[in-house]
Write a protein that binds this ligand. Structure first.
Ligand code: SF4
Ligand code: SF4
Length: 576
């Protein structure tokens, strides 16, 4: 019996970054000083240097005033200057990055009278050109929509900027490698030609060319290590020159898959032990302690084995430190203390390892009774022996099944997860109705989602710390709002492609057909197809009083919680 041919497994370069790149382009790139010195034979045969440049890179041109990257946007590529100059805007005069529409709260009076005004048309939009509302312009370049600043000279004069104009200068690597938002806006000052390298190519160039790797690492070190260490409470007391010494000696490591959301979709088929063993081990219980490990990016699971089973004790996010209890115990008593727990990467994790001598010198200091860091940050004498202090806490503790569930479903990354206590919820749907009322008759969430012990994490955007929905957005219409930290979709620049909706691992984005104020579906001119936009929970950013769902629940069964900071607030809420 013959059936349909088996589908071929997709290969890495089946979808090049730019199908227009030619062998001639690759030859010209290889003649540039940045690539000319690379030793092509150091690259594996299945990932040749030429292949990376042909498939993971593309040449892009910008006109003066066009924004290359915007502060707060999510980025997965870095840029090399081929010709022209850019300005890095360190401090803009405006609170909002160029090209991003400011969301305004409705007036207090309007919020009072709106219930009496009758229901407006669902999903109605003011579809005047965005330039009329923002003062900025957009233009189409190929399939891209570019935002540009008509008066780039004025923007530069009004802002604190750094010029980059050397051919071969690299920028954007921090967000591309660190999976963080862009730390600054970069605008074309003159006509500009850039080589944009997407993350897998950047990773491999860094891996197989030691000189390029060292250059990128040193940029990363210079631009981000000090910032990250400074944001870590136990190092925040250090002077700039001391931080520079610690940053120089710190070792940066990454663990797990950058695109961890792909793994998440496959995890359903695995049992608990397989899921745990799928998480890369960073440090193992019983390992020798020779420094501390700072979580620079992402999350780590801390667990301890009890006989044949392993229990999650906590999860650590950015700025938290692993190994300090054991290290402090050793410092106080002189007795070596091995790691009492295991640290694993939850998805993608970046760590900074700070060796013993620097921790002793800059965090603890010579006086054993008076550490240099804030005393409240230093574990007490007995905490290492008593199980990292957890046994003595007076705070409520999250039931283990809930803690394991949060981590297993990866909802611990939610900055504003909608948690429903199913023992209190009467299924009245007042929360859904309130959401609908706050969003022109169209609720932005579903009262369903993963069940974790007595809780449900509803299908509402969680405003994640690591928002994978942003990665593929072609117009950067999804971004993190600088003022509130919420993940917002800019209706003006959303082109309705649906990439974000398929990227969100929890299906928390819906694509809707938009209408004019008369209720008619808006169709595009060419194909007469309905125009769609991505919508999701916006935490009622336009409303006074915070999310309507939480305010509406008559049974105190629903809360919006930042789970990324640890489980303590959820434990307190459950204990109310
Ligand atoms: S849409 Fe999904 S991935 Fe994006 S922030 Fe919301 S919950 Fe996270
Ligand atoms: S549908 Fe989503 S990914 Fe596509 S442009 Fe809109 S916000 Fe971006």
């Amino acid at each position: 019996m013959t059936g349909p041919p088996a589908p071929r497994r997709l290969a890495r370069w089946d979808h090049p970054f730019d199908t227009g790149m030619t062998e001639g382009d690759v030859d010209r790139l290889l003649a540039l000083p940045l690539f000319a010195d690379m030793e092509a034979d150091r690259f594996p045969r299945n990932i040749p240097l030429r292949g990376i440049l042909r498939n993971d890179a593309r040449k892009v041109r910008y006109q003066p005033g066009e924004i290359v990257i915007r502060e707060g946007d999510y980025g997965t590529s870095a840029f090399v200057i081929l010709g022209g100059g850019v300005r890095v805007i360190l401090k803009s005069q405006t609170r909002f990055a160029p090209g991003r529409t400011e969301r305004r709260r409705v007036s207090f009076l309007k919020s009072l009278v709106s219930p009496f005004l009758g229901r407006p048309t669902p999903e109605a939009r003011d579809f005047r050109p965005a330039s009329e509302r923002t003062g900025l312009m957009t233009r189409g370049v190929g399939t891209e929509t570019r935002v540009y600043v008509p008066d780039v000279t004025g923007l530069i004069e009004r802002s604190e900027t750094v010029p980059l104009a050397e051919a071969g200068d690299l920028f954007g690597e921090m967000a591309a490698l660190g999976r963080t938002d862009r730390s600054a806006t970069v605008v074309a000052e003159t006509e500009l030609e850039l080589l944009e390298i997407r993350h897998p190519g950047l990773r491999d160039l860094r891996k197989y060319d030691a000189r390029f790797g060292a250059q990128v690492d040193s940029l990363y070190r210079d631009r981000s290590l000090v910032t990250r260490l400074k944001a870590t409470p136990i190092f925040s007391h250090l002077a700039d020159e001391e931080l520079a010494v610690v940053a120089k000696a710190a070792e940066w490591h990454s663990h797990g898959r950058f695109d961890w959301d792909v793994d998440l979709k496959k995890r359903g088929a695995l049992d608990w032990d397989e899921r745990l063993s799928d998480e890369p081990i960073v440090l193992l219980q019983g390992d020798y302690v020779n420094g501390v490990t700072v979580i620079a990016n992402g999350f780590g699971r801390v667990s301890r084995s009890f006989g044949n089973s392993e229990h999650t004790l906590e999860y650590l996010g950015r700025g938290r430190v692993f190994g300090l209890e054991e290290f402090t115990h050793h410092w106080r008593t002189g007795e070596p203390e091995p790691h009492g727990t295991t640290l694993r990467a939850l998805g993608y994790l970046e760590t900074l390892f700070v060796p013993s001598d620097l921790v002793e010198k800059y965090v603890l200091g010579p006086d054993r009774s008076r550490p240099r860091a804030k005393p409240s940050l230093i574990p007490s004498a007995s905490s290492a022996e008593k199980g990292r202090g957890r046994g003595r806490s007076r705070l409520p503790v999250l039931p283990n099944v809930v803690l394991e569930g949060l981590v297993d479903e990866r909802v611990h990354i939610g900055g504003a997860a909608m948690v429903i206590d199913m023992d209190r919820c009467t299924r009245c749907d007042d929360c859904v109705q309130a959401c609908s009322d706050a969003h022109d008759g169209n609720p932005r969430f579903l009262r369903s989602g993963p069940r974790i012990g007595p809780l449900m994490v509803a299908s509402a955007c969680m405003h994640c710390v690591d928002p994978v929905c942003m990665i593929g957005c072609p117009t950067a219409a999804i971004s993190r709002d600088k003022a509130t930290g919420n993940i917002l979709i800019d209706d003006n620049t959303c082109v309705g492609c649906g990439t974000c909706a398929s990227s969100c691992p929890w299906d928390n984005i819906r694509m809707v057909e938009i209408r004019d104020t008369a209720g008619e579906v808006i169709r595009d001119l060419e194909m007469h197809e309905p125009i769609r936009k991505a919508t999701k929970c916006d935490l009622c950013i336009d409303e006074w009083g915070g999310p309507a769902c939480q305010r509406a629940c008559p049974h105190d069964a629903l809360v919006r919680l930042d789970l990324s900071q640890g489980p303590e607030r959820l434990a307190q809420w459950l204990d109310r």
